[in-house]
Write a protein that binds this ligand. Sequence first.
Ligand SMILES: Cc1ncc(COP(=O)(O)O)c(C=O)c1O
Length: 426
Amino acid sequence: MNKILDAYRKNTPASAAAQARAERSVPGGNSRGAAYWTPHPLTIKRAMHATVVDVDGREYIDVVNNYTSLAHSHAYPPIVEAVTKQVGGGTAWTANNVWQAELAETLIERIPSAQGARFTNSGSEAGILALTIARAITGRNKVLMAKYGYHGILMEYEAGSFPGLMPHGENATYIGIYNDAESFEQILAEHGSEIAAVVLEPVMGAGGVLAATSEFLNRVQAAANAAGALFILDEVITFRLSEGGAQALYDIEPDLTMLGKVIGGGFPVGAVVGKHEHMQVFDPAAAKVVHSGTFCGNPVTMAAGAVSVRELTAERIARMDALAARLCNGLATHASNLRLPLSIRREGSLLNILFAAEEPQEAAQRREDAEAMHLFFLAALNHGLLMAPRGLICLSTVMDEALIDTVVQRAAAAMEDVAEELAGEG
Ligand SMILES: Cc1ncc(COP(=O)(O)O)c(C=O)c1O
């Protein structure tokens, strides 16, 4: 008897029905694997501020913010205003708009290594574009990434994200071990002449919020450049960590940076930013890289993104970080009182809950806790808390102490349910 699962089913009959209907026409019910969970995902009908409401009419505090893409939670009034104005004036046309330069200028102002920006419709596309640039510049084909790194759905990257599961990109992908500079140096020494780019996240997102050491990033960048490969930093998630992204905190300047998520203000987005010497591949006269897309740099996304980034100030980032520390302490205290084997990794406003007594050093180990994590995830939903199924939590600028304390209370109630369930099993 699984009380948590039973309660979830009882709470969400309309979501179950909506999912069953969707599965008849959309394989899996949804075009987004990361938003699927068993027995069925919620179907949400409305989202405002830090709350989402499902089709059963139940309310949840949203502490995942669309996998980190919402810096200011849902329907943030300044973004709603900018977007509404833009939608009323048209959503896309075959010519330029003024918003694109505005967003690019803000990114260039903030990110030390950015002298130019090109926009895409997703972080995955940014990853594809960054690799295309590196291939055009180096005349090489392969990529070197970290095991369990995540850079989107390009098959070359999937070979590293899901080793063993999706080997179809393996012929073009070398895989090093995160935070083990030597493993990267060795591959570059042996195969450097085939490698167009080394791609790394400064903090692994899908890998469970695991931060790189400064030494690791510096050594890998030096080895990549010495081998004639480009060093690409994937800041799709980590740009939110400071006004200039994680690279400003680490004091590094990659050749190219992938962006996404918060720079779109809640709309589909991605970008590659970099130095002039690399970005000049887009010079239409030279035509070294031809880059286009029907919705790339569209005025709605660019308007939302310009507001989102402008309002993500150093002061508000610091406040989010303090709230995340408060949340982290609250969760840890309750877990310890209940003797739950739970640890939390935190970097700024990003947290990842792990069901392991000791914080695992290898990103891979997070997968061993899948069953307990799933129980906790469903129990949290039962108590009105939406996080990512894998335990990722991400705060926003509109949250405050009172809301965080409510989150802690709800998470504590979920932990009690999990402790009871695990004791029952034992
Ligand atoms: C680090 C990182 N890179 C790239 C991506 C891909 O971005 P998108 O989902 O917008 O394609 C993600 C998405 O979660 C990500 O976390």
